[in-house]
Design a protein around this ligand. Structure first.
Ligand code: CUA
Length: 378
């Protein structure tokens, strides 16, 4: 093995010129990432800490660009400056540089400091997303399914689909999980992503700051229609994409309107809006809905037979029209209003105990439907 160059290495005639050019290009790259509007590469920021995520992205892109320009630039320059010459012997090897203490110190120290700085910047944002404990705000859940998302809210019965409404400027704690396979919940405008894993709850925290409608995208391959769990994907044949779902950030007033509307729409047999005071308005009670609700909520304790047919409580078939029992178990006359009162406030007496509407998860509308059903049996 023959070393074809002297041990003291000259970097070549053009080294400092090349360095100056690379420094200029890097400066331009850093400038580009500093001033370019983030909307060029990402949607607008709809939630905090999205802006900090963007700043981290700018920092990483700027430093990555500068690093790439220097590494690639020197690679090209050195491969030209130290190329094999026709005069070199066939088994010649290049210059072997080693034991340069100064060089080794700096090429260890600079990347180490850089990685530490990057860690500090990242961990600060990570802590906000994962660990911050807002004292007020909204706790929402999202479930991944093959192939759609559903959303759950406190005091709203069942699952909401299509749109996850959130109030603007309100801290949100979002718990995500999956009902089947692994999905991943991503809202690009919020700069947030969380894997949805069966049997595991992942939590992210953020505060929506801009009213708008933002696509949700599943970023974990979850089966044949994974691609449809993406609100930016159009449907087939001019139809809307069935898996397109959005986060909708509303004004606080609009959110309340949506929330109450959804609460009522989902309220049948629900635990929404329970109350145990005030008079229940019975007009508009729907006997058919009451019958369905009776099967869910009442039939474990009450038969649809005569009074004497007890399960836990008495049979209720003739409760409002039984000449032999003109009064209800609490002694009040067997009228719809008094039946509603028992449903609302519960009953404790010699026959046993019936929980109130809160415990039974009955809304005023549920009670009106149940009373209409009881009244309809004659
Ligand atoms: Cu759900 Cu991919």
């Amino acid at each position: 093995m023959v070393e074809n160059r002297p041990a003291s290495v000259t970097l070549g005639r053009g080294f400092w010129t090349v360095t100056a050019v690379l420094a200029l290009l890097s400066a331009f790259g850093i400038y580009f990432w500093t001033v370019t509007p983030i909307e060029v590469v990402m949607p607008i920021v709809g939630a905090q800490p999205g802006e900090q995520v963007d700043q981290l992205l700018r920092f990483m892109s700027a430093s990555g660009t500068a690093l790439f320009i220097f590494v690639a630039g020197y690679l090209i320059y050195f491969s030209i400056a130290f190329r094999a010459r026709p005069s070199d012997s066939p088994d010649a090897v290049g210059v072997q540089v080693h034991d340069n203490r100064k060089l080794e110190f700096w090429w260890t120290a600079i990347p180490t400091l850089f990685v530490i700085l990057l860690s500090i910047l990242s961990i600060r944002i990570w802590a906000q997303i994962q660990l911050a404990q807002p004292t007020s705000g909204l706790v929402v859940e999202s479930l991944g399914h093959q192939w759609y998302f559903t959303f759950r809210y406190p005091q709203i019965n069942g699952e909401v689909t299509g749109e996850m409404h959130l109030p603007v400027n309100t801290p949100v704690v979002l718990n995500v999980t999956s009902s089947d396979v692994i999905h991943s919940f991503w809202v690009p405008a919020f700069r947030l992503k969380a894997d949805m894993i069966p049997g595991l709850i992942n939590t992210i925290r953020f505060t929506p700051t801009v009213i708008g409608r933002y696509p949700i995208i599943c970023t974990e391959f979850c089966g044949t229609d994974h691609g449809l769990m993406n609100a930016t994907v159009p449907g087939v044949g001019g139809k809307p994409n069935p898996g397109a779902e959005f986060v909708v950030v509303d004004s606080k007033a609009d959110f309340q309107t949506w929330y109450h509307k959804t609460q009522l729409a989902n309220a049948n047999a629900s635990n929404a809006l329970p109350s145990t005071s005030g008079t229940v308005a019975l007009t508009g009670g729907d006997a058919a809905a009451g019958k369905a609700l009776f099967a869910q909520k009442c039939s474990a304790c009450h038969a649809l037979g005569p009074f004497s047919q007890r399960i836990v409580g008495p049979g209720l078939k003739d409760v409002l029209h039984d000449p032999t029992h003109p009064n209800l178990v609490d002694g009040d006359p067997a009228t719809p209003a008094d039946a509603a009162k028992i449903l609302q406030q519960g009953f404790t007496g010699p026959l046993g105990t019936m929980p109130n509407a809160t415990s039974n998860g009955l809304t005023d509308k549920d009670i009106a439907n149940l009373v209409a059903f009881l009244d309809s049996m004659k």
